[in-house]
Design a protein around this ligand. Structure first.
Ligand code: NAI
Length: 339
């Protein structure tokens, strides 16, 4: 099978080449993101392998089909960047990697919280300049604080257990509460408004969908505890950035730890250090001393990369051989591979 791997970086390439030893696929590594402008690069391939910021709308999917592509293998769990209904209509199979290391993302979420609260990012820069002053570096004890978790699936439930280890009280909101988390760990599910009102730290671990776009908007921010910290390692679109900036300017939000941003496509994963940031909201966020942004790196551990590569190629192998693939996102019968 010939596979065009879009939006590739050295770490993806290394992990995929290792995992491909048992499959022997022909992998072509492309640095470009998959968009309507770059879709012609997939000409003649059987499959494309894509990541979070590749855009697979109906036009791109139709162009992929006429290029000969029958399978799309996502190297990620979220699939909000794929028009799944269009893929189903066209008969293109789409598979994802539902879990590769929820620990990686959960641990990064907590790393953002610790760094932001104890101002490690500021202390690091200061000390390197020979400035050992402690002014402005006051944090708070996590012990005894209330953490509100929205979405207690694979990642959110691990964050819950880690925060319980710090001696925090953990409240949660999910459409489908996890009884085990309540009975074994002591997490308490509460109505959404109560979670907002009681949490000193609010952390998002739910997918982006039509119903969750801008879940955190001006109304929700106003209902949060004054001074609360917001963490988002899920998807940028969950937060209305304009409302977040207003909340930070008023001091109502005490800090934000973000691994994702609404318009991260074309910015995150790129070295733009010699250019000018064109997104005014991103530029504004970067000016706040109490905002910590990482460029969608929560997944980036060696364990996760290995798991992603192995599952991605297993998905391609199963679909290509007409076997059952447990990680299919599309529910229609796929087209047979070209002969
Ligand atoms: P999961 O599917 O295991 O859990 C998601 C949870 O959200 C489920 O329990 C579900 O019931 C709940 N949920 C869905 N809609 C909801 C709503 N409207 N209100 C309340 N709860 C709702 O997903 P997992 O693996 O925990 O991942 C969570 C998110 O993390 C993913 O959707 C993805 O966007 C993001 N992610 C980010 C990564 C990064 O590198 N920053 C890496 C991997 C995932």
């Amino acid at each position: 099978m010939r596979i065009a791997v879009f939006d590739t970086h050295s770490y993806d390439r290394h992990a995929l080449e290792e995992a491909n030893r048992v499959h022997g696929f022909t992998l072509s590594f492309l640095e470009s993101r998959l968009t309507d402008e770059t879709v012609s690069l997939a000409n003649g391939y059987d499959a494309v392998c894509v990541f979070v910021n590749d855009r697979l709308d109906e036009g791109v999917l139709a162009a992929l089909l006429s290029s000969g592509v029958r399978i799309i293998a996502l190297r990620c769990a979220g699939f909000n960047n794929v028009d799944v209904a269009a893929a189903e209509r066209l008969g293109i199979s789409v598979a994802r990697v539902p879990a590769y290391s929820p620990h990686a993302v959960a641990e990064h979420t907590v790393a953002l919280l610790l760094c932001l609260n104890r101002k490690i990012h500021r202390a690091f820069a200061r000390v390197r300049e020979g400035n050992f002053s402690l002014d402005g570096l006051v944090g708070f004890d996590l012990f005894g604080k209330t953490v509100g978790i929205i979405g207690t699936g694979k990642i959110g439930s691990i964050v819950a257990r880690i925060m319980l280890g710090f001696g925090c009280k953990v409240l949660a909101f999910d459409l489908y509460p996890d009884d085990q988390l309540t009975q074994e760990a002591g997490v308490r599910y509460v109505p959404f408004e109560d979670l907002l009102a009681q949490s000193h730290i609010l952390t998002l671990h739910l997918p982006l969908s039509d119903s969750t776009v801008h879940l955190i908007d001006a109304r929700v921010i106003a209902a949060m505890q004054p001074g609360a910290i917001l963490l988002n390692t899920s998807r940028g679109g969950l937060v209305d950035t304009e409302a977040l900036i207003e909340g930070l300017k008023r001091g109502h939000i005490g800090g934000a730890g973000l691994d994702v941003f609404e318009r991260e496509a074309g910015v995150f994963f790129e070295d733009l250090s010699n250019g000018i940031i064109q997104d005014d909201q991103l530029a504004r966020l970067l000016t706040f001393p109490n905002v910590l942004i990482t460029g969608h790196q929560a997944f980036l551990t060696d364990t996760a990369l290995r798991n992603i590569a192995e599952t991605t190629l297993e998905n391609l192998s199963a679909i290509g051989a007409g076997k059952e693939c447990p990680n299919l996102v599309t529910r229609t019968h796929p087209l047979p591979p070209r002969t």
